[in-house]
Design a protein around this ligand. Structure first.
Ligand SMILES: [Zn+2]
Length: 331
């Protein structure tokens, strides 16, 4: 069957392109919707603080006599109102998209002023236009973090779940060296494993979202069995098994735990950058997909991850804005 799909795809590139575009466009709209929901939600903490900051910024620009509460920026805070996306795929088979979102209330920063050493005989020419929004690095970082922390995280839920299950005060689990399940499977077994993103719609809607009721108990059980099979193969070994078996916990509590476990497994399955070899928290091996090799075949040969992982661990409130070492002037 797989071979048939492969042959058909080769013979009909137009159909493949149409399907890839459709799938990616759906992903773009899904991301747009989710970001709007999260930014506008009371459930995600920090909205009041973020809005207070926006209010202060607007007030500063408009003067005290203007009421900012009536402005659309304030009323539609967090709404993703436009996007630009490019949909891409190539012979490698990895379909992906690059998106820019326009979001009501997102901070505008044209330039972050980063303190740097200057030599006495050096002359620096500043080409920043007069109307640009220039902020000192620390304030820029603070503003960005207050807005974006509510939607984006590099936090690994899988590691948290494992820590909660295994750590004791005397023997904390070494999470820095711990990788997800995928890297230990090997190519052959990885291909034979049903990945979390292939979950069927009934299982997703019934077990995780809880908004699909099924006519018979047997059908419900089949869904929980499918979820158990996915988590059994893709989640960290000590995932809470009671998620998929009726027990003392209410079905709502089971669903909440199932969602957390599923998200953890999904995130580890699709994130490839803590799978660097030989050390998961070190640079990638020379032959890994994300590796960039500088000064190859010399004594200074150095291998690093082109997505800059592993990144340093930053505590809330300590965020910084740094220049991408590979792309000048990109922060
Ligand atoms: Zn990497």
């Amino acid at each position: 069957m797989k071979k048939t799909f492969y042959e058909l795809a080769l013979q009909n590139p137009g159909v493949v392109a149409w399907y890839s575009a459709l799938k990616l466009e759906m992903a773009v709209h899904l991301a747009k919707e989710i970001i709007t929901q999260m930014l506008q939600s009371d459930v995600v903490p920090g909205r009041e603080e973020a809005m207070a900051r926006l209010e202060a910024e607007l007030q500063q620009k408009l003067g005290l006599e203007v009421s900012v509460a009536d402005l659309p920026d304030f009323q539609h805070y967090g709404y993703v109102d436009d996007f630009y996306a490019s949909l891409e795929w190539s012979a490698g088979g990895l379909i992906h998209t690059h998106i820019a979102f326009w979001i009501v209330g997102s901070p505008r920063i044209d330039k972050a002023v980063v303190p740097k050493e200057t030599k006495p005989d050096e002359v620096e020419i500043d080409v920043t236009p007069a109307e640009a929004f220039v902020l000192p690095q620390e304030r820029a970082a603070n503003l960005m973090a207050t807005f974006w922390d509510r939607v984006i995280t590099e936090f690994n839920v899988g590691k948290l779940v494992q820590e909660a299950a295994e750590s004791t005060e005397d023997a904390p689990v070494d999470l820095r060296a711990g990788v997800g399940v995928r890297s230990k499977l090997g190519r052959k077994q990885e291909r034979a494993t049903k990945t979390p993103e292939s979950i069927s719609w009934p299982t997703f809607a019934h077990c995780l979202l809880g908004d699909l009721s099924l006519p018979t108990e047997a059908e419900e059980e089949a869904c929980w069995d499918e979820l158990a099979a996915i988590l059994g193969a893709c989640a960290r070994p000590d995932w809470p098994k009671e998620v998929c078996t009726p027990g003392s916990a209410s079905v709502e509590a089971r669903r909440a735990l199932a969602r957390k476990t599923f998200v953890a497994a999904l995130a580890e399955w699709v994130d490839m950058h803590d799978l660097h070899a030989p050390f998961p928290m070190g640079p990638p091996g020379k032959d890994q997909a994300c590796a960039t090799v500088d000064n190859e075949h010399s004594a200074q040969e150095r291998c690093s991850c082109n997505k800059l992982y592993p990144r340093s661990c930053i505590a809330p409130g300590q965020e910084e804005i740094n220049e991408d070492p590979r792309r000048r002037d990109l922060y």
